[in-house]
Design a protein around this ligand. Structure first.
Ligand code: FMN
Length: 188
């Protein structure tokens, strides 16, 4: 089987973000043959403005190119005020628009993760994000849903343990994402 390229997109700009850490942990436990590209330019993407769409700002062009190159997208979102962060919505608004090469997200295998120190583990953020990804026609892993509640405790000092229930659930989500990529390849 050839490599599966995963674009990892954290919705947090925070240096010690649980969500960014979650994506690096996902890379550690991902199925063999999976290669991660961590997008770290979310904070450089300007506010979407229809008057300034063309030519696309460099950070937007970079994100679009990396989504195009990727076989799959893995998003980890924080929860801000019962939804997902505006910086992530802004990036999705840019991705919802075509450039000369067309759109990037329709049909793209995509999975959603989320981590929060709270008890609900980003459930509301994920629902809102899922709704927008549905509109953008991404091919989103439906089940299982991965919600990391009490993230500060679950990460602890040493990070998530590879034999933890959270790691097992995350592994199942990653398996689902790989399955969507393989279905795509079989369909060609
Ligand atoms: C503006 C703001 C709003 C927040 N709202 C929520 C919320 O609605 N639900 C929740 O569980 N946590 C909320 N939090 C706490 C975040 O879950 C917490 O800061 C988390 O660590 C952010 O994710 P990160 O570690 O990846 O940066 C909020 C934090 C901020 C800064």
């Amino acid at each position: 089987m050839s490599q599966i390229r995963v674009l990892a997109l954290s919705g947090s700009l925070r240096r010690d973000s649980f969500n960014t850490r979650l994506l690096h942990f996902a890379e550690e436990i991902a199925p063999l043959g999976t290669v991660f590209d961590h997008f770290e330019g979310l904070g450089d993407i300007p506010h979407f403005n229809e008057d300034r769409e063309h030519p696309a700002p460099a950070p937007v062009a970079d994100l679009r190119a990396r989504v195009r190159t990727a076989d799959a997208v893995l998003i980890a979102t924080p929860e801000y005020n019962s939804s997902y962060p505006g910086s992530l919505k802004n990036a999705l608004d840019w991705l919802s628009r075509a450039d000369d090469n067309g759109l990037t997200l329709p049909g793209k295998p995509t999975a959603i993760l989320g981590a929060s120190p709270g008890l609900l583990g980003t459930v509301r953020a994920q629902l809102a994000l899922r709704q927008v990804l549905h509109k953008l026609d991404a091919n989103v892993v439906r089940q299982p849903e991965f919600l990391l509640f009490n993230a500060h405790q679950q990460f602890g000092e040493k990070g998530l343990a590879k034999d933890s229930p959270a790691a097992q659930l995350l592994g199942t989500v990653l398996g689902g994402l790989v399955d969507l990529v393989q279905q795509d390849r079989l369909a060609v």
